[in-house]
Write a protein that binds this ligand. Structure first.
Ligand SMILES: *C/C=C(C)/C=C/C=C(C)/C=C/C1=C(C)CCCC1(C)C
Length: 244
């Protein structure tokens, strides 16, 4: 009996972004890891965290692209396992960047707590939505999740992270943290757009966008945020290594 091999259609953009996402995350991890050797000792930890973020994502993308290839769908589960590990690590990046300007551990914990809250509420919103999709469920948990998001956004733009970066002696840290704040404002905002495409979500009910769009938005956002974030950290590390 012939095994039926699933084919990728030429216009399968979700499949395309799953495959390219995996390869890009993998390549980025190798890059950040190797580049640890070219920065000052004080930045090695930051680059290692960048490599871990894209590395963890690469492993999940490896599974997600496989699952997608065979089932033409992608479970919410892998997404959130990935995010619950990588988003707190992005908070670690903010902490490491502002540590030299006096950031305390409590800042790290507050950021982690807010981001984990954001993800747990989002997971409930996506995964425990009644069959067919309830708008009330989607909106309620979406709003609860957004509270966590706004906390991180506020910290990066006006709160402790922004204030510490402003106090930093390094021009690279000052401009770099501002760039990361832009990532949180623009790059992270792509996720709620994806969220609203699931059954019951506003973009689902108004425009008919569906799980295909959810995955497309999430894949694009992940590449921008994980690799982009890492590259900004890398550029802070290299230019500050030259400053010294
Ligand atoms: C690498 C993964 C990252 C940076 C994931 C970030 C995820 C978010 C910023 C998700 C945010 C959400 C909301 C603000 C409301 C709706 C539910 C979420 C979880 C999609």
């Amino acid at each position: 009996m012939l095994l039926e091999i699933p084919l990728m259609k030429p216009d399968d953009y979700v499949g395309f972004t799953f495959f390219i996402g995996f390869m890009a995350m993998f390549a980025a991890s190798v890059f950040f890891f190797v580049e640890r050797n070219s920065v000052d000792a004080k930045w090695k930890m930051s680059l290692l965290v960048s490599a871990l973020i894209t590395g963890i994502a690469a492993v999940h993308y490896y599974y997600m692209r496989d699952y997608y290839l065979t089932h033409n769908a992608s479970p919410t589960f892998f997404r959130y396992v990935d995010w619950i590990l990588t988003v707190p690590l992005m908070c670690v990046e903010f902490y490491l960047l502002t540590k030299l300007a006096g950031a305390k551990k409590s800042l790290l914990w507050k950021l982690i707590l807010a981001s984990v809250w954001m993800l747990i509420a989002g997971y409930i919103g996506e995964s425990f939505n009644p069959e067919g999709g309830s708008t009330t469920h989607s909106v309620t948990w979406g709003v609860l999740s957004t509270i966590g998001y706004l906390y991180v956004l506020h910290a990066a733009w006006f709160g402790e992270v922004a204030q510490l970066a402003a106090k930093s002696e390094s021009a690279a840290v000052k401009t770099g943290v501002r760039t990361l704040a832009w990532f949180v404002l623009v790059g992270w905002a792509i996720y709620p757009i994806g969220y609203m495409c699931m059954p019951g979500g506003w973009l689902n009910t108004s425009l008919g966008w569906d799980s295909t769009n959810v995955d497309l938005f999430y894949n694009i956002a992940d590449a921008i945020n994980k690799i982009g974030f890492g590259l900004v950290v890398y550029s802070i590390a290299t230019s500050s290594s030259k400053e010294a």
